[in-house]
Write a protein that binds this ligand. Structure first.
Ligand SMILES: [Zn+2]
Length: 813
């Protein structure tokens, strides 16, 4: 569609298009004054119609377009000046200091970016010109990534105290210019001062579960650069494939990079029968490092140890506790087969691999993993047990001897790295068993590991799965999404995150040096899919990483985000469009006896809806404020933006005698899965297969015990609940269900109850319905009690601990 103007030969026509066709938004203004083009008369009408629609989405073509400096991430200070604007046209040259290769590259980047956007070819030179964009290193700022942009009618000056700062100034300028093939681009006079909030701004990519080519990794690095990210965490090895050539151990890639086939779906036991593999030679890795370095991105390589090592063990079985043979994994999860910590060969292997790694990667930080290392084999292995004895490792109240043994292995790896002048990063499990002395902790299991490490005065990079695991679903409408690992992290949640939690003192907060999002690729087989998972969540991430906390504002972000999405389109990145969809908020309102529904989207586009299950059209009612639903309905809503429509929002609302009645919890809902609290159980909404999306609430270590006030004597003869079960996530079925009734809310009579057996390993996961029928009764108060699993059975990893109970609705009829 982008080029349809250029494709039509024929007569000359003048078309006037009013600027009122464009979204009226003071933050995002593009004035289209007139468009002159050559057309074939026959296609004119059709073209005009298409144009009206297109202009609503993005302005693709303009004679003059105004620049807006409010980009993503939002700069610290934008001061518009009174002077004349700068007109960007083909006569403008980009000037860089003679003899500075990095600045020459910076100039070339700017020229390329602006050519991609405007279609104009800009010359780069070391000689000052009448009207120029001048890049220099004259900024005095202690932050090496700070920059200043000054715009007046004669020149644009981008200054940094280092080339890095200038590069970020270039990114801001690039993102300021609207994506339009323009004759003239007008830059208002302004002074912009900017610097990042965090030193470490990271983005991760797992290339073990699925492999991405050198070209794809370079595209990923381009995407990182667009978001001012300065660290690429490259997860190179795991149970499913070893992806980096190590010259001293050639079998790592010859054998360890290949798996015979891959499990279909979520460890279904069915396999695709297709051999899978791939690795990077050291020459390719060096090429990628140089590519990233040009874009001021450091690459932090990760060799995950001592767990997640089946790639290596399949090639060198002598490194394991049993000596093998080991098969590279065809499925997902955590393997019990890990490096043998009692074997001297293992230590030599770690030393050799890390030594080669430091010879390839210039990064100050090297990541050694340290996560998810089961100790079951170490407990049985004579060599590991001998090592525990030799080192005098003993269990105490906090750590087992085997945890201390892992700490010994990690500390050994750290010593190897420290001797080479490098610093070690590990996942937050490295806190277990005592943390290695100089380690930096990457906190992934929520923020608590990072908080603990900061209190112990260790540097921390926050990357909590509760906010920034980009392999999680980005919508709660999971049925229309490609299969994902689970979870729920929409753009809004990513944006809401503050990596420096309020529970830390100002002094402790200084240890939080950065923030990162992770992309694990078990369920992400292609690079286009990877793009879909990271974009536009990376836009929200980069504002968390770069912009001062007090300047963040989600509503304002939504106004600015279309500009960076225009660059995704220009570069043909495959981004997710959920922001353009309708988000619905459902609140049970017992006071009014209604389910209150509010609908919203990122812009002011009209939302058309129906309640009778018919598909909404442009003739349907337009949403104009909270819908108060009193009876059964099927809500459907949609937005039409020109020729594109949003996804259809569809929600069944089904009421019973308990719906929207006052409900009181006698035992607390679990804080992590509380969402809108106990009212969720009487809101008329059933949960789907994503228990993190808000329609299920959880009880942990206690029971669901709640009283519903039917507000008047009512006939009931059955009670029904649904439970959600996912044993792998420690979510178990109910152990019992009971219904009691009362006319005074004090003295209850039991009407029916049932006990359920503990779950067996082979029992299925999913949604289960439990229903109790009883003799019809005329009553006002109903107490429902559903007990949770208090002792997880022995066959489960969580044996002896409580399991979660998830419930979505109580139905009384
Ligand atoms: Zn062992």
């Amino acid at each position: 569609m982008n080029n349809f103007f250029d494709l039509q030969p024929g007569q000359t026509k003048k078309i006037i298009i009013s600027s009122s066709l464009i979204q009226k938004d003071s933050q995002y203004k593009i004035n289209i004054k007139h468009i002159r083009q050559t057309y074939n008369k026959k296609i004119m009408r059709k073209t005009l119609l298409q144009l009206a629609g297109l202009l609503y989405l993005t302005s693709l073509f303009a004679a003059t377009s105004d620049v807006n400096y409010r980009v993503v991430p939002l700069p610290n200070e934008i001061n518009l000046q009174n002077g004349k604007a700068f007109q960007l046209d083909a006569s403008v040259k980009i000037v860089y200091p003679a003899g500075n290769k990095k600045m020459q590259k910076n100039a070339a980047f700017l020229a390329q970016y602006m050519k991609d956007i405007t279609g104009i070819k800009f010359k780069t030179t070391t000689k000052s010109n009448k009207r120029s964009i001048i890049l220099n290193l004259k900024l005095k700022n202690v932050n090496p990534e700070a920059y200043r942009i000054g715009v007046n009618s004669k020149q644009i000056v981008i200054s940094g105290s280092t080339e890095n700062g200038v590069f970020y100034g270039i990114q801001t300028l690039r993102k300021s210019i609207p994506v339009v093939k323009a004759v003239k681009v007008v830059l208002p006079a302004a002074v912009i001062n900017d610097a990042p909030r965090f030193v470490y701004r990271g983005m991760h990519l797992d290339v073990s579960r699925h492999f991405f080519t050198v070209d794809e990794v370079k595209t990923y690095i381009d995407i990182l650069a667009l978001h001012n990210i300065n660290n690429f965490h490259w997860h190179l090895t795991d149970d499913q494939g070893w992806r980096i050539e190590i010259k001293k151990y050639p079998l790592l890639t010859e054998v360890g990079s290949k798996r015979p086939e891959t499990v279909i779906g979520k460890n279904t036991g069915k396999y695709d029968g297709i051999p899978y593999g791939g690795f990077y030679t050291q020459a390719q890795i060096k090429d990628v490092i140089a590519y990233a370095k040009d874009r001021y991105i450091n690459i932090v390589p990760e060799i995950d140890m001592p767990g997640h090592m089946l790639g290596a063990l399949s090639a060198y079985p002598e490194l394991g506790c049993t000596g093998g043979p080991y098969a590279i994994w065809r499925q997902w999860g955590i393997s019990d087969n890990v490096l043998c910590a009692g074997n001297d060969k293992t230590l030599t292997f770690i030393k050799d691999v890390l030594t080669e790694l430091t010879e390839i990667f210039p990064s100050k930080y090297i990541h050694i993993g340290g996560d998810e290392c089961p100790k079951t084999n170490w407990q049985k292995c004579p060599k590991c047990q001998q090592r525990i004895k030799d080192l005098g490792l003993v269990a105490d109240a906090k750590h087992t001897a085997e945890e201390r043994l892992e700490s010994y292995v990690i500390s050994y790896a750290e010593k190897v790295l420290n001797e080479k002048g490098r610093r070690m990063i590990g996942w937050d499990e490295i806190l277990e068993g005592g943390i290695a002395p100089n380690a930096t902790v990457m906190s992934w299991r929520g923020m608590s590991g990072g908080i603990e490490a900061a209190k112990q005065k260790h540097d921390v990079i926050m990357t909590p799965n509760s906010y920034v695991y980009f392999d999680y679903y980005q919508t709660n409408n999971t049925e229309s999404e490609p299969l994902a690992i689970g979870g729920y992290s929409p753009v809004k949640t990513v944006y809401s995150w503050d990596p420096q939690p309020a529970s830390l003192s100002d002094d402790e907060k200084k240890y939080i040096i950065g923030a990162q999002a992770n992309l694990w690729t078990e369920y992400i087989p292609t690079f286009k899919h990877a793009e879909y998972m990271v974009l536009p969540r990376m836009a929200a991430l980069c504002e968390v990483q770069w912009t001062k906390a007090e300047q963040k504002n989600y509503a304002d972000f939504l106004i600015r985000v279309p500009k960076i999405i225009d660059l995704y389109k220009l570069n043909q990145y495959n981004y997710a469009k959920h922001l353009y969809d309708i988000s619905a908020d459902f609140t049970s309102n017992p006071t009014d006896g209604t389910l209150d529904v509010s609908l919203s989207t990122m812009d002011s586009a009209p939302i058309y809806y129906t309640l009778d299950g018919t598909t909404p059209s442009e003739k349907s009612p337009v949403y104009s404020g909270t819908l108060k639903i009193k009876e059964n309905a099927k809500l459907q809503a949609i937005i039409f933006r020109g020729s594109e429509s949003s996804r259809l929002l569809s929600q069944n609302i089904s009421f019973n005698k308990a719906s929207l009645k006052p409900i009181t919890a006698l035992q607390p809902v679990n804080k992590s899965y509380e969402f809108k609290g106990i009212n969720t159980l009487v809101d008329g909404l059933r949960g789907n297969n994503n228990y993190k999306a808000g329609s299920w609430i959880a009880f942990y270590g206690n029971d669901l015990e709640a009283v519903i006030d039917l507000q008047k004597d009512t006939d009931i003869q059955s009670a029904e609940i649904n439970t959600f079960v996912s044993q792998g996530d420690w979510i178990f079925n109910a152990r019992s269900f009971a219904v009691e009734v009362s006319n005074d809310g004090m003295n209850f009579t039991r009407m029916a109850s049932e006990d359920y057996p503990a779950m067996k390993q082979q029992d299925p996961n999913g949604i289960f319905t439990h229903k109790l029928n009883f003799n019809a009764v005329h009553t006002r108060y109903v107490k429902v009690t559903v007990t949770s699993e208090k002792l997880i059975p022995d066959w489960h990893a969580g044996k002896g601990k409580p399991g979660y109970l998830f419930v979505d609705e109580i139905a009384l009829n």
